[in-house]
Design a binder for this molecule. Structure first.
Ligand code: SAH
Length: 349
């Protein structure tokens, strides 16, 4: 049994099966998530007998660090190897729209190996989807990064599900991971500091709304009409903008949370002032935040990033409407810390 893949309740059931009282599960959780221990032998408040049963019946695996790249802009990219040899990436940032404060960092984590969404401008989908990540493989990205921060006295304070993969395409494990990262018995990071980003899987957004969690939702919008969105994001063939925005309104009503709309600016494709006005129209009546993202170039993809003057003009239109609009500060471009670039270049190597 992989103890890291169990929720606190499931771990209680597991220790009961071993004939042990429920508090053993709490002890194990403290060892795993607070002490960051993986060796049963060192879990000295467990009886020798229990430790040897656990050695026989259970394991506490870890993601293996394959490569670590430091950017000059306080961004670190981690490439992790999974037990089956697949590779995923996670990013650590000291900045997330605003400074997080001293000793506090944000991490961006993956939910799948590869991605099925095939967005035209994104490196993650270029090789398709290999598989979903297990719950523990999602959570362990945060745990492994936190473990490396322990020495410096730094703490992961925010988690964004914006790495490789479509979180809502791996709905079950993403949600289990959200709960584990949030649980006081797990990593104890407030739900309000967790953001799930989606390309727009409408039925799953509805499911998530029904969970009524104070979880932040980000939508990768990137276009203001169906014709263009379909061209750059195939997911829009199935779920159109109207349905997507309706699901966002539902999410907002159910959770009381402001919805973030991400908008990657592609030169001459989706960055006109007219489109900025159209965006404002689409979002009217919704409590939202627009995050403009400078596009990170990908080898072999023909787009260009918007020029700063066009970014500013776009931002001004949105802000003047009263919608808060930030421009994502670029960090880590020098280490290919953008959107599946590192995994792709690692696979090529
Ligand atoms: N699949 C989810 C989460 C992962 S992508 C989603 O689509 O939201 C995280 C964000 O990065 C998305 O907004 C995505 O559109 C954006 N993105 C992808 N490739 C990019 C690139 N090359 N430059 C800038 N942003 C990119």
């Amino acid at each position: 049994m992989n103890l890291k893949d169990l929720t606190p309740d499931e771990l209680v059931a597991f220790v009961r099966e071993l004939g042990e009282p429920a508090f053993r599960a709490r002890q194990l959780l403290r060892w795993i998530y607070t002490a960051r221990e993986t060796d049963f032998e060192r879990m000295t408040n467990l009886s020798l007998k229990l430790r040897s049963r656990l050695r026989e019946k259970a394991e506490i695996p870890e993601l293996q660090l394959k490569e670590e790249l430091h950017s000059e802009q306080e961004t670190t990219k981690y490439l992790f190897t999974l037990p089956d040899g697949e590779v995923i990436e996670s990013v650590r940032m000291h900045y997330l729209g605003e400074d997080l404060g001293p000793g506090r960092v944000a991490v961006c984590i993956s939910t799948q190996v590869g991605c099925a969404m095939a967005c035209d401008f994104c490196a993650s989908g270029k090789l398709g989807l290999r598989r979903n990540l297990a719950t523990w493989e999602i959570v362990d990205q945060v745990l492994q990064i936190q473990k490396r921060l322990d020495e410096q006295g730094e703490r992961v304070a925010n988690v964004v599900f914006m790495g490789i993969g479509e979180p809502l395409h791996n709905y079950r494990n993403t949600l289990r991971a959200v709960r584990m990262i949030n649980s006081p018995e797990g990593l104890g990071i407030g739900m309000r500091h967790l953001t799930v980003s989606t390309s727009g899987l409408v039925p799953r957004i509805r499911d998530l709304a029904a969970e009524k969690l104070p979880l932040r939702l980000a939508i990768s919008l990137h276009a203001t009409n169906d014709a263009l969105r379909e061209k750059i994001m195939p997911v829009n063939r199935k779920w159109k903008l109207t349905a997507l925005l309706e699901a966002c309104r539902e999410y907002q009503e159910a959770t009381g949370r402001r919805v973030t709309f991400e908008y990657v600016l592609l030169d001459g494709i989706n960055d006109s002032v007219e489109e900025a006005h159209e965006l404002v129209r689409l979002l009217s009546g919704m409590h939202s935040l627009v995050n403009l993202i400078p596009w990170n170039p990908i080898e072999g993809v023909r787009y260009k990033r918007s020029r700063p003057a066009r970014v500013r003009a776009f931002q001004e239109v949105v802000e003047q409407s009263g919608i808060k609009c930030t421009v994502r500060q670029e960090k880590g471009g020098d280490i290919a810390a953008a959107c599946g670039q590192l995994r792709l270049s690692d696979l090529k190597r």
